[in-house]
Design a protein around this ligand. Structure first.
Ligand SMILES: *Cc1c(COP(=O)(O)O)cnc(C)c1O
Length: 393
C-alpha cells in the first residue's frame, strides 16, 4: 500500500457560503459579536473602569486582539500556559486571575514576565515567597493581587489581617509589585433576579472597602487595582466606585445559561455563538438526530437549545449525537410567540439540513474546538484558531 498522507479538509474556507460549512462547527455571528464588544467597552468607558476581558471564555488570540483594539486594557487568563499564545500574538498585559502553584508553572510565569506585563493572584504566604524566588531568578517583576474571598468560598483570604500580611510581604519583597486586590464573586453571576444580584454586588463592594481601609490604616500605599466582575455582575460592579478592572468574558458570546438571567439595565448582550450541526438521521418518527454531541459541547449547565426554528426540543445529548423531539404542532404553530422571534422557521429540517444550537456554556465549548468560524451576511469571513485550547497548566 502506498503511504501517501491523507489530509482531512478544514470545515470551511474563507469566502464559502455558510451552507457549505461542515459540521459540527463553532459559528460566530460577527455582527452580533462586535456589537457585544462595543457595548461592554462603552459600559466600562462610561464608568471610567478598565476592561480586562477574560480570555478563558474563548482561548482565541484573534478574539482578544479585537477586544484590545476596542479599548480593553489587557486580558485575564486562568492558567499560565493559556497565556502563551496570547502573548505570542502580541497581548502585552495579562493577569493570571488564579493561584499558580508549583515550580514548573512558576518558572514559566517568570519567563512570561520578560515578554508582557504579568500579574497573578495570591492567597498564601509560602506561594508568594515561591513567586518571588521565580521572578528574582529571572531578574523581573510581577504584579501581585491579593485575592479576597468575597463570598464564593473557593480561593482567597477571608480576613483583613491575612490580606494585610500578604500585601506587606508583596511591598517588601524584590521581584514583587503589590497592586491591589482580586475580588471575583463567581456564584453571583448566574443569580437570575437582577435585584438580588445587585444586592450581593453591593455587599461585595462594602467588603472590599473594609479590606482597603484596613490596609490604608496600616500604612500600605494606596491599593491601585481592584479586579473582578463577570458578565452577570458587571453592570453593578462597574458602577460600584470600587472596581478598577472588569474581568467579564462570556458577554461576547452569551450562552443559554446566561440567557436565563434577567437583565434590567440598558446593558444587554445577544447570543453570537452557536454550534452548527447536521441532521444525520430521521429514521425514528417524531425525532431528529444531529451529528454533534459531547465531543462538541458540554451539558453541565443544562441542555442546548435549538435556535431559529420552532417546535424542536433537545431531548438528550450523547457522545456524538444530539436527539431532538419534533413537537406535534411544529409545522402548524403560528409566528410571533415569545419563544420564537419573527425570523423563526416552522418547517421540520430534512436529512442533511443544518441546525444551530445555542450552547449551554460557552467556555468549555470553545475548549473542544480547533477553530471558530466567523460568519457575516451568509458567508465565512474568518477562521480563527482556538490556540489556547486544552486543560492548561
Ligand atoms: C470566569 C471568570 C470571569 C468571567 O466570567 P464570565 O461569567 O465569563 O463573564 C472573571 N473572573 C474570573 C476570576 C473568572 O474565573
Amino acid at each position: 500500500m502506498a503511504t501517501r498522507p491523507i489530509h482531512s479538509p478544514a470545515p470551511a474556507r474563507v469566502g464559502d457560503d455558510i451552507g457549505a460549512i461542515d459540521t459540527p462547527a463553532l459559528l460566530l455571528d460577527l455582527d452580533v459579536f462586535e456589537t457585544n464588544l462595543d457595548r461592554m467597552q462603552a459600559w466600562a468607558d462610561r464608568y471610567g473602569v478598565g476592561l480586562r476581558a477574560h480570555a478563558k471564555a474563548h482561548k482565541c488570540p484573534d478574539i482578544a486582539l479585537r477586544q484590545i483594539a476596542r479599548g480593553a486594557i489587557g486580558i485575564c487568563c486562568q492558567k499560565v500556559t493559556e497565556a502563551v499564545p496570547f502573548i505570542q500574538a502580541g497581548v502585552a498585559d495579562v493577569l493570571i486571575s488564579n493561584q499558580v502553584v508549583g515550580a514548573p508553572k512558576l518558572a514559566l510565569l517568570a519567563t512570561l514576565t520578560r515578554h508582557a506585563r504579568m500579574g497573578v493572584c495570591v492567597d498564601n504566604a509560602d506561594n508568594l515567597r515561591h513567586i518571588a524566588q521565580a521572578t528574582q531568578a529571572a531578574d523581573t517583576q510581577i504584579d501581585i493581587l491579593v485575592e479576597i474571598d468575597v463570598g464564593q468560598h473557593r480561593c482567597g483570604v477571608s480576613s483583613t489581617d491575612e490580606a494585610l500580611a500578604l500585601a506587606r510581604m508583596a511591598c517588601d519583597t524584590p521581584g514583587l509589585n503589590f497592586r491591589g486586590f482580586q475580588a471575583y464573586h463567581g456564584s453571583v453571576q448566574h443569580m437570575r433576579d437582577p435585584v438580588a444580584r445587585a444586592e450581593v454586588c453591593r455587599h461585595v463592594a462594602q467588603t472590599i472597602k473594609t479590606y482597603m481601609n484596613h490596609l490604608i490604616a496600616a500604612g500600605i500605599p494606596a491599593v491601585a487595582t481592584v479586579s473582578g466582575a463577570g458578565t452577570g455582575s458587571v453592570q453593578f460592579d462597574a458602577a460600584s466606585n470600587v472596581f478598577t478592572e472588569l474581568q467579564a468574558g462570556s458577554y461576547a458570546f452569551m450562552d443559554a445559561d446566561y440567557n436565563k438571567n434577567q437583565w434590567e439595565s440598558e446593558l444587554r448582550f445577544d447570543t453570537s455563538l452557536s454550534l452548527l450541526a447536521t441532521v444525520m438521521s430521521v429514521a425514528t418518527p417524531g425525532q431528529l438526530v444531529l451529528d454533534a454531541g459531547l465531543k462538541a459541547m458540554t451539558i453541565e449547565s443544562g441542555l442546548p437549545q435549538v435556535m431559529q426554528r420552532h417546535g424542536l426540543a433537545v431531548r438528550q445529548v450523547n457522545d456524538e449525537h444530539t436527539v431532538l423531539d419534533i413537537a406535534s404542532d411544529a409545522t402548524t404553530a403560528s409566528p410571533g410567540e415569545a419563544s420564537c422571534p419573527d425570523e423563526c422557521r416552522f418547517d421540520v429540517p430534512a436529512l442533511g439540513e443544518k441546525v444551530h444550537l445555542m450552547l449551554p456554556h460557552v467556555d468549555p465549548a470553545f475548549n473542544l474546538h480547533d477553530v471558530v468560524i466567523g460568519v457575516r451576511g451568509g458567508r465565512v469571513e474568518a477562521i480563527w484558531p482556538i490556540a489556547a485550547r486544552g486543560p492548561g497548566r
